[in-house]
Design a protein around this ligand. Structure first.
Ligand SMILES: *Cc1c(COP(=O)(O)O)cnc(C)c1O
Length: 410
């Protein structure tokens, strides 16, 4: 029997416990949705206010150089590089994950011109598959999808140009073995693009050790960059100078302010920048990333697994008599940092939970999804969340008709 006292003891012994006060957590909310939109880190508000009032308001155009606005895609990229096993200069930030996927996918197809098959999986995040479909239609490529639970390695033959996968699945939190799949793809002569949206800041990642060709990822989830924060992109240094991404905008030009007729790609990752950087968003992200200089990723992973283990144990203990099915892998090496539970009345149950201050989200058709962000989620939060879920289920609070109506964003 796990008790509140046990959860409190885990919090008291938590080496990452001190990070919670570096975030502006709203009142009494138990926020288990940091895998969708991270919490506001303290200090971000002031940095954005400064960028608006001083850099923009007073400095105006001079701030491009004077406040180093022009360097923000690289500066924020360098901070993220450390979290994914890349070196400074190997990551830039800009555009959305979807757009960066497109850049990498087309660059990879161009590097592998004799092949026209793209491998992904049916359960990949929708935008990944939609971008694949868009690029495939332009390049006359064929898409081969792994079925749920099928190993994508089975689909990699000598005709495959690119393997594009998300490391941690957005629904189930199932985690791929980046190194094994990359090695298998390389053996067959295919290039690999990894979407690290649910990995970065959640699990240790090493694109260099895995020998990934390209990687992209989101910064508004575990990196807490704020709503719509721009995404990052990585290309392996052994490849980057040979790559040509298709969105050849002026800010990725070797000399943007030469205003010449013809495009010439900038050095290394600069070519992955397209247009004018989103300065206010990048300012928020840069400030949010400061926290990570103090984070021990091994400790973060240990706590992430402990939080998800505790939640799964509490679901069994508190909600065992209800028809819930945990779809997240029990096996540590195969698990990211959220837990999803399949339940017929999942949508209204999540709404009922939210009305009690426990915020997770819902993924169609029936998944209740709970994100565990080790920097600000406590074991006590996990215990309380399970108690609330028990109340929602035991008392059938989800039956309130108000919760049946789907909101525009779930
Ligand atoms: C969140 C997420 C995205 C987001 O893409 P945007 O273009 O930033 O909206 C992409 N891929 C995965 C796997 C994600 O989890």
């Amino acid at each position: 029997m796990i008790t509140a006292t046990d959860a409190k003891a885990l919090d008291d012994a938590d080496p990452l416990g001190g990070f919670r006060e570096r975030f502006d957590l709203p009142g009494r909310m138990i926020y288990l949705d940091g895998n969708s939109l991270g919490v506001l880190p303290k200090g971000v508000r002031e940095r954005v206010a400064n960028a608006v009032d001083k850099e923009w308001g007073q400095g105006l155009i001079s701030s491009w150089a004077g406040a180093s606005w022009i360097d923000l895609p690289k500066k924020t990229g360098d901070k993220i590089a450390k979290l994914i096993g890349a070196a400074p200069g190997q990551v830039v930030v800009g555009d959305s994950t979807s757009v960066n996927l497109y850049k990498c996918l087309v660059a990879a197809l161009k590097l592998n011109p004799g092949r026209r098959v793209i491998v992904s999986e049916e359960e990949n995040f929708p935008t990944d598959n939609y971008i694949i479909q868009g690029a495939a239609s332009l390049f006359g490529a064929t898409i081969r999808y792994a079925k749920p639970a099928q190993d994508p390695a089975e689909l990699i033959g000598e005709d495959v140009a690119v393997l594009l996968l998300t490391q941690v699945n957005y629904r189930t939190a199932a985690m791929h073995d980046m190194k094994a799949l990359t090695t298998a793809a390389h053996k067959a002569g295919a290039l690999v693009i990894w979407d690290l949206s649910h990995s970065t800041g959640a699990v240790p990642v090493d694109v260099t050790a895995a020998d990934a060709d390209f990687a992209v990822g989101c910064t508004y989830k575990y990196l807490n960059g704020g709503p719509g924060a721009p995404a990052f992109v990585y290309a392996a240094p052994r490849l980057v100078e040979q790559t040509a991404q298709p969105l050849s905008g002026w800010m990725g030009h070797k000399h943007p302010f030469a205003f010449v007729l013809d495009y010439e790609p900038g050095e290394a990752m600069k070519r992955y920048i397209c247009g004018t950087p989103h300065i206010l968003s990048l300012t928020a992200l840069e400030a949010a990333l400061d926290i990570w200089t103090d984070v021990d990723m091994a400790a973060l992973r240990t706590k992430s697994l402990a939080l998800t283990d505790l939640f799964m144990a509490l679901i069994a203990q508190e909600c065992g008599r209800h028809d819930l099915k945990i779809v997240t892998p029990r096996d540590h090496v195969r698990r990211g940092s959220h837990v999803s539970i399949s339940y017929e009345n999942g949508y209204p149950a999540m709404r009922a939970l939210a009305s009690r201050g426990v915020v997770g989200d819902f993924r169609a058709p029936d998944l209740m999804r709970f994100g565990f962000t080790p920097l600000y989620t406590s074991y006590t939060d996990v215990f309380a969340a399970a108690q609330h879920l028990k109340a929602v289920l035991d008392q059938e609070l989800w039956r309130d008709p108000a919760y049946a109506v789907r909101l525009a964003v779930t």
